[in-house]
Design a binder for this molecule. Structure first.
Ligand SMILES: [Zn+2]
Length: 146
């Protein structure tokens, strides 16, 4: 076992659980209306079929608000929003950026995460912004501040 063998670094459901536990310590909060009136989890929802994924992709961490009836995930309103990259890769990226003293280039990130250079650049940029603003500070896991 090592830090890198933590499930949230490779398992998408575990990644969502981890981020939810950090960002929603009191339980899910609707990002649309702020309701905490027990939004409920939607399970088994898949994205639209595409050529690459004819059966669609299972959507993790999807909730529906009882008050405004809108759907949301923990990614909304965070640096993870509007990214197609799986959440577990984001967690890997954050770990890499915070554990390398000299920082890490987008090219290196692209090779390690096996994502496109554009995606890697976007990740690095967003994570740096988050680090600078101090938001999302308790991410990183194991009590480490990121
Ligand atoms: Zn709501």
């Amino acid at each position: 076992m090592s830090v890198l063998s933590k499930p949230y670094f490779y398992d998408e459901a575990a990644a969502f659980e981890h981020v939810e536990a950090v960002l929603w310590p009191e339980g899910p909060v609707c990002p649309h209306c702020g309701s905490v009136a027990a939004p409920y989890k939607l399970t088994g929802v898949r994205t639209k079929a595409s050529k690459k994924n004819p059966e669609g992709i299972l959507r993790h961490g999807l909730y529906k608000c009882r008050d405004c009836r809108k759907q949301f995930t923990v990614r909304i309103g965070t640096i993870f929003e509007e990214s197609h990259l799986p959440l577990h890769k984001w967690l890997q990226a954050i770990h890499l950026m915070c554990s390398s003293k000299k920082g890490i280039s987008a090219h290196q990130m692209h090779r390690i995460l096996e994502c496109t250079y554009e995606a890697a650049w976007f990740l690095c940029h967003r994570i740096r912004l988050a680090m600078a603003s101090g938001e999302l500070s308790p991410m990183g896991g194991g009590g480490k501040t990121v």
